[in-house]
Write a protein that binds this ligand. Structure first.
Ligand code: SER
Length: 876
């Protein structure tokens, strides 16, 4: 069965069991401070488990794109070396939100695997939770009994907390789980060694395939478990492993999910897959990482130097480096694999297909830049090993290895590999110490410690009223204390709030929470999953009091202007540049907007102006806001709404329409476009391969910008009072300036020539040498050097001492014939340092030429005399 059919069968099976099939949530997360990437199918349902939100459907199934490269679930180092771990993988899952529990979850899993897919029941082992004294939890007898209906008791094994109690992270929903393991060894192997002993032992053919989690607790930050109001089911099946079992393979990479990419790699590198362990590992690494990177880019996460972007960059570099070292790719190669990947996965994940061009371009640029760093790194490493060889060392310091790693992105194993070829090694302990120091530095930077929520209104609903109103009555539903960057804050959740929480690029509202004479500033509003969290400097004196929550309207109105202007501009860009323009990032603030979008060349001045004119035209049309608050997704599409890949939308969406601009958007907008006033683009630039950025502003900020420009223009015009054509006046002035500069330059050269002649003529003979000193008239201290070298070229064996006063400062120069330094040990640097004391300054240079500057021009003659004396002393 092909992977496409296997996926289809799964979704079909659970649809038949009454499940709603939902799309995968984005892999890159934007509004969960505890997670950067989706690492399990259940992430998008966290609020349903915790009971902070009600699910529309209580039975749901999907395939979820996951990435396990950071935090609690991190498989990165294994990937490629074994045959069944991945960075990005698909997790097939079925969920019950307070609906069915263990009995159905177990029975359906068994029916799907052995009935629908027809896998051999004897290949499976089951694990159940054996209990944990520390957490006060008993053995999961219920699951064991349920499994006994399908599986003989000797294939039901017990596992401890590590394997059979699933937790999403350090805090959050969790519960005991029951895993299904499959034994894919040959019949003969299975007969000779029982699989039971190989379960959870890292055997590549006896692997976990499906995890059924029975979510019933919330792990608090103090480590305690709290019962959840309802019981839920969260199952996750490794799709790639299921394909391996179904296709009779012994490695995920031998399935039709990976083989097309691997075969292309084999072709391009000229090394067949299976030829050597090293090149096989490299091909698996590349085939795996290509998926992680491409899906991230499709979700809007570009490789970059921080946070999620940096994680992606590192994954990409790991792949490039394996290709470079083991497959002989010294030039960018991964980007050429993108079309192959799109062929395999584009049907299920259309975001790959629509962004294929962009993904390829971004990967190519990243590859090229890393390959050139690799070159630099290799050269640096060569120098370091050469130095070590001269010093007869065979160990490279951990500090050096760390600099290579940190500054040049040069992985430790590559450093070690190259060193091994030269019979050298790295001081690993020192490297680790450096690494730990850096980790704790960045941890301190990012640190945010959140206490547990104190709930004042249990199960309290949260209502957002900010689309219609900027004030509302409110009560605090829950609060907690948070320390971020060493400052203390309080997070509040209100039962009703007009405060818009930062999302979709629009910054969070600010304002106040008032009760009587107690006014608490709301510094920011953020989203945590779907909770609206108000960030305050302190807790109100009486948290249980009734409050009035008031948004600062001046900020909100300007923000709305900029948000609506962003939509209009998005529309205009697609109109003028083409429909390949897609939003890649956006920031909407009171003072302006920033919009990143896919487009492959710099916009011309003409295009920028066209976009401005189009937006201003739409503003003047004074289109009213047409808002559809809860529209079904397909209706929204019919209206022509641009669905943005990488944004998480529920089944019902909000559509914002102004004239022809139609977008899915949760943000706040103007009543009618006329309110925006003037729209002005301030800058257009490139931020990554194929991604441009526009910064623009509106309303009074745009007017202020225009007035600023007009003021400068007027000031310039004032300087040319009688000229009508200002541009011509400036051009004439520049031409005049160029002519005069040339003339001045000529005079200066002439003066220098005269000074040089005077100095040569005035030289005093001192044995075989001669010495000349003089004060010269110059405009710029650098001319001292020109003059000195001019004299030097005219007269051999001449020691020269120059002094000049430029703009109230004293300048000195000493030039010695090189032989004088060699034969008599005279050093211009030493002389100038000594003499510069007279001008209250300092300086230095080389043994044969040095300069100094000082703040006391009155001491110039004395300084020159001192320098001359020091030279003369040695010459006579
Ligand atoms: N949450 C569980 C896992 O990720 C099952 O979906 O393994």
């Amino acid at each position: 069965m092909t992977s496409k059919d296997i996926r289809k069968n799964f979704l079909e099976f659970f649809r038949e069991k009454g499940h709603e099939i939902v799309p995968s949530a984005p892999m890159v997360l934007k509004s969960d401070p505890t997670l950067m990437f989706t690492n399990a199918g259940m992430n998008q349902f966290k609020d349903f488990f915790l009971g902070t939100q009600k699910a529309e459907h209580t039975k749901v199934a999907d395939t979820q794109k996951c990435l396990r490269v950071t935090g609690k679930h991190n498989d990165l180092e294994e990937v490629g070396h074994d045959t069944y771990h991945h960075t990005m993988f698909e997790m097939l899952g079925n969920w019950s939100f307070g609906d069915y529990f263990k009995a159905e979850a177990i029975a359906w899993a068994w029916e799907f695997l052995t009935g629908r897919l027809g896998l051999n029941p004897e290949q499976f082992y089951i694990t159940i939770f054996k209990g944990d004294a520390g957490d006060g939890l008993d053995r999961d007898q219920e699951a064991a009994d349920l499994w006994k209906k399908f599986v003989p008791a000797d294939r039901i094994l017990e596992g401890d907390k590590k394997d059979n109690f699933w937790e999403m992270g350090d805090t959050g929903p969790c519960g005991p789980c029951s895993e299904i393991h499959v034994d894919l060894r040959s019949d003969a192997d299975r007969r000779s060694v029982a699989g039971a002993g190989l379960v959870n032992s890292g055997h590549p053919q006896v692997v976990e395939i499906w995890n059924l989690v029975f979510i019933q607790f919330n792990r608090l930050s103090n480590g305690k478990l709290e019962n959840l109001p309802e019981k839920h089911v969260d199952t996750g099946m490794g799709f790639e492993r299921l394909c391996m079992a179904m296709q009779g393979k012994q490695s995920n990479y031998d399935t039709d999910l990976f083989q097309p990419v691997i075969q292309r790699l084999a072709g391009e590198s000229g090394r067949p897959y299976g030829a050597s362990r090293e090149s096989d590992v490299a091909m698996r690494v590349v085939a795996d990482h290509l998926r992680a990177i491409s899906f991230s880019i499709a979700d809007g996460q570009m490789p970059s130097n921080n946070k999620a972007g940096y994680v992606i960059r590192r994954i990409l570099r790991r792949a490039v480096r394996y290709g470079y070292t083991y497959l002989g790719f010294t030039e960018a190669f991964m980007h050429r694999l993108v079309p192959v990947l799109v062929e395999v996965m584009g049907e299920q994940f259309p975001e790959l297909r629509t962004q294929q061009d962009l993904i390829g371009k971004v990967i190519r640029e990243e590859e090229q830049s890393f390959l050139s760093t690799l070159d630099t790194g290799i050269r640096l490493l060569d120098q370091l090993t050469e130095k070590a060889r001269v010093e007869e060392r065979t160990i490279l310091s951990g500090k050096d290895a760390f600099v290579l790693y940190d500054t040049y992105g040069f992985p430790l194993d590559l450093t070690e590999l190259i060193l091994a070829e030269k019979n050298m090694r790295v001081d690993r302990t020192e490297f680790e110490t450096e690494m730990q120091a850096q980790k704790s530095r960045s941890r301190q930077d990012a640190e945010r410690e959140a206490g547990d929520w104190t709930v004042l209104i249990p199960g309290g609903n949260v209502e957002f009223v900010g689309y219609d109103s900027l004030t509302s009555d409110a009560r605090i539903v829950r609060y907690r204390h948070v320390v971020a960057k060493k400052k203390e804050y309080v997070h509040l959740v209100l039962d009703r709030t007009p405060f818009y929480a930062e999302s979709g690029g629009q910054i969070g509202d600010r304002g106040v929470l008032v009760h009587g004479d107690d006014t608490v500033e709301i510094l920011d509003t953020i989203k945590e999953n779907d909770l609206i969290v108000h960030v305050c400097s302190r807790l109100p004196r009486d948290p249980k009091a009734p409050f009035v929550a008031r948004v600062r309207d001046s900020l909100r109105i300007r923000t709305a202007n900029n948000h609506t202007a962003t939509h209009l501009m998005h529309h205009a860009l697609r109109d003028i540049l083409g429909t390949h323009v897609e939003q890649k990032g956006s920031l909407v603030e009171p003072t302006g907007l920033r919009f990143d979008f896919s487009h492959f060349q710099k916009m011309s001045d003409e295009e920028i102006r066209q976009v401005e004119q189009e937006v201003n035209r739409m503003i003047r049309m004074n289109h009213g806001l047409e808002e559809h608050r809860t529209l079904a997704m397909d209706k929204a599409r019919d209206m022509g709404a641009m669905a943005l890949f990488g944004e998480k939308y529920g089944d019902r969406v909000r559509v914002i329409k102004f004239g022809d601009s139609v977008e899915l958007c949760g943000g706040t907008h103007v009543e009618a476009t006329g309110q925006i006033g003037l729209f002005k683009i301030l800058r257009e630039s490139s931020i990554a391969a194929g991604i441009r950025r526009i910064e623009a502003t509106t309303g009074e900020d745009a007017e202020a910008w225009v007035y600023g420009q007009l003021d400068s223009l007027q000031e310039i015009a004032g300087e040319f009072e009688k000229q009508k054509d200002l541009a011509k006046a400036v051009r004439d002035l520049r031409a005049d300036h160029a002519r005069l500069s040339r003339a001045v330059e000529g005079f200066q050269q002439q003066m220098l020539a005269e000074s040089a002649k005077r100095l040569v003529d005035g030289a005093e003979k001192l044995g075989a040498w001669s010495l000349s000193k003089g004060r010269v008239d110059i405009q710029d201290p650098s001319q001292l050097r020109d003059l000195a070298f001019r004299v030097k070229s005219q007269q051999a064996g001449l020691a020269l001492i120059l002094g000049a006063e430029v703009e109230g400062k004293a300048h000195l120069a000493v030039l010695l014939p090189e032989e004088l330094h060699k034969e008599k040990g005279l050093n211009a640097s030493d002389i100038i340092r000594d003499a510069a004391r007279e001008i209250q300054g300092g300086g230095g240079g080389q043994p044969f030429f040095a300069t100094a500057g000082g703040k006391n021009p009155a001491g110039l003659d004395a300084a020159m005399a001192r320098a001359a004396a020091l030279v003369a002393e040695k010459l006579t």
